[in-house]
Design a protein. Structure first.
Length: 184
């Protein structure tokens, strides 16, 4: 099955993604020098981005994952944040957490998650997103590290999915509207 035929246009190429990841790694290395860094990947979308980001980081780090959802099979956030895989650690008070996310639009999920981890006693909690859609923001939230700001289009590829498909595409592309409209 050729999923590339469902792509309206490539928004961010493989080469552009590589440059974005390298830039973010440099910023993170600068800010986390000498700290106990824990990357917390938000499953499943952040896996490709986080894997590439880790390759470029020089700061010693540990990794963990959380599975948090506010979408289901739709294209719009439901607004309800559901944690299906939680972060369970005894050392949060000595840990600087960097949440790694694929995309932020409404801001509800990351806003809630940041507040929750902060309330659990983490030394610091910051966020890094590959893609940011500030035009869709429903709560006041600004990620600490932003790969690229994008328009309000439904994107897939490089870990981002629509109904669990398209994650393996090596670029970020805009999904043709007829693809997700026929399931609605």
């Amino acid at each position: 099955m050729d999923l590339q035929k469902d792509i309206q246009k490539i928004l961010i190429s493989e080469e552009e993604l590589a440059a974005i990841v390298k830039r973010l790694a440099e910023e993170i290395d600068r800010d986390y020098a000498g700290k106990k860094l824990l990357l917390v990947g938000i499953l499943k979308g952040s896996v490709v981005f986080m894997g590439d980001l880790m390759k470029h980081l020089k700061t010693p780090l540990q990794i963990d994952f959380m599975k948090v959802s506010s979408y289901g099979a739709g294209t719009r956030s439901s607004g309800y944040v559901k944690i299906t895989l939680d972060l369970l650690r005894d050392d949060l008070e000595s840990t600087d957490i960097l949440i790694v996310e694929d995309i932020i639009d409404s801001g509800k999920t990351l806003s809630a998650l940041t507040k929750m981890l902060d309330a659990r006693g983490a030394r610091s909690v910051r966020t890094c997103t590959l893609l940011d859609k500030p035009s869709r923001r429903e709560v006041p939230f600004t990620p600490d590290y932003i790969g690229a700001e994008i328009p309000d289009e439904f994107v897939v590829g490089y870990g981002l999915d629509y109904d669990e498909d398209y994650r393996m595409l090596p670029f970020v592309g805009v999904l043709k509207e007829e693809i997700y409209r026929k399931k609605s």
